[in-house]
Design a binder for this molecule. Structure first.
Ligand SMILES: CC(C)(COP(=O)(O)OP(=O)(O)OC[C@H]1O[C@@H](n2cnc3c(N)ncnc32)[C@H](O)[C@@H]1OP(=O)(O)O)[C@@H](O)C(=O)NCCC(=O)NCCS
Length: 272
């Protein structure tokens, strides 16, 4: 029996999902075995009861995907990593010359302001939470029929609270006529989480919003700017493409739930 540890705890998902949560280790992903994985899942279930396990991998790792499927994992999401080099991005340069060209008819650049948010600014953090509530629908937990929508929503609120405490994270916001319109959390050159206010979404302001924030970031230490989005997120995909970002090879995230949440079994059955 190999000594490779197959599972590692993921404490924040344990808190988010309300059940012990794990991820498949990179070492196991390089040397997968369905029987070893099943054995480890059974050991954890014996100790903890209901558990959750996640695994993100390139679609090329067929052996791993096969082992995951045999052990009861299901694909939850295909994700894309859009990336660019800000120093050579031509769209960024066009924006610096003429931001108004990125706005739909009738909107004026002077109506919008961008600013970093200090951690002490609790009212703005509360506003960001209220934007996030109900904003996300294309991520792997909202699309997973085995995860209750309330849990999937709450996960983003926990995430925002974690980011506020994270010394490497920075929050930027866009205001329209003084009102909170969109938020963007960065960790270095990674845009880790962002969303727009309900009344702001779908008005063709997305490219302007992203560019307004990207153009304010300190270029030192940000040779690459990147994010991660669900392949199902059509607005985000359209924006990154229009902004000249490239996309890395898609990855698949698989989920394992050892038993159904009691309030989702009927939902799961209703899904086609
Ligand atoms: C992603 C998001 C920030 C985009 O901002 P937005 O202001 O809604 O974007 P826009 O109105 O400028 O639309 C952007 C593009 O998507 C298209 N689009 C907008 N809504 C769409 C929809 N429901 N279905 C398909 N395409 C859509 C627009 O036509 C536009 O494409 P185009 O430039 O080719 O015309 C916003 O939709 C949002 O907050 N979504 C929820 C959170 C999220 O997904 N965050 C990002 C990933 S973590």
């Amino acid at each position: 029996m190999s000594g490779i540890e197959a599972l590692a705890p993921v404490p924040w998902e344990t808190r988010n999902l309300g059940r012990p949560s794990f991820e498949v280790t990179p070492a196991f992903a390089r040397s997968p075995s369905a029987s070893r994985l099943v054995l480890r899942l059974q050991e954890e279930e014996k100790e903890h009861g209901e558990i959750f396990v996640q695994c993100r991998t390139s679609g090329r790792n067929r052996r791993l995907l096969g082992a995951l499927r045999s052990a009861g994992f299901r694909p939850a999401e295909t994700s894309l990593v859009p990336w660019t080099r800000p120093s050579v991005n031509r769209v960024f340069k066009l924006f610096q010359k003429n931001p108004g060209a990125f706005l739909p008819m009738g909107a004026m650049p002077r109506d919008f302001t961008v600013a970093p948010v200090p951690r002490s600014d609790l009212p703005t953090y509360r506003g960001v939470e209220s934007i996030a509530r109900g904003a996300f629908s294309e991520d792997r937990f909202h699309r997973d029929p085995l995860c209750p929508p309330r849990t999937a929503d709450r996960r983003f609120i926990f995430w925002i609270r974690d980011l506020r405490k994270d010394p490497h994270a920075a929050l930027w916001i866009l205001r329209e006529k003084g009102r909170l319109a969109a938020f963007f959390f960065f960790r270095g050159g990674d845009l880790v989480l962002n969303a727009s206010q309900k009344g702001f979404r779908g008005r063709g302001l997305g490219r302007f919003a992203y560019l307004s924030v990207f153009s304010r970031l300190d270029p030192s230490g940000r040779k690459i700017l990147q994010s991660r989005i669900s392949a199902n997120n059509r607005p985000a995909r359209a924006i990154y493409r229009a902004l000249g970002f490239k996309f890395k090879t898609p990855e698949i995230t698989c989920h394992y739930w050892s038993a159904l949440h009691p309030d989702v079994s009927t939902r799961a059955q209703k899904k086609p």
